[in-house]
Design a protein around this ligand. Structure first.
Ligand code: SF4
Ligand code: SF4
Length: 55
């Protein structure tokens, strides 16, 4: 399952807009991944400017 490193993430929202499956949401204090929708394409990993997303 995809996850975002809270220490690195700066809540820029780039990953949210990049996901072709709309599987990423920004909540107040974290980035949330919808496992049901995610197809593991890893576009979000490439888009994140601080390398906060990993599987
Ligand atoms: S791996 Fe792909 S489908 Fe899954 S959350 Fe990232 S961009 Fe969306
Ligand atoms: S692209 Fe990276 S830094 Fe931006 S909100 Fe997503 S996980 Fe956080």
């Amino acid at each position: 399952m995809m996850k975002s490193d809270k220490e690195k993430c700066m809540y820029c929202g780039a990953c949210v807009g990049s996901c072709p499956k709309n599987a990423i949401y920004l909540e107040e204090t974290r980035v949330v991944f919808d496992e049901e929708r995610c197809v593991k394409c890893k576009i979000c990993v490439k888009v994140c400017p601080v390398g906060a997303i990993s599987e």
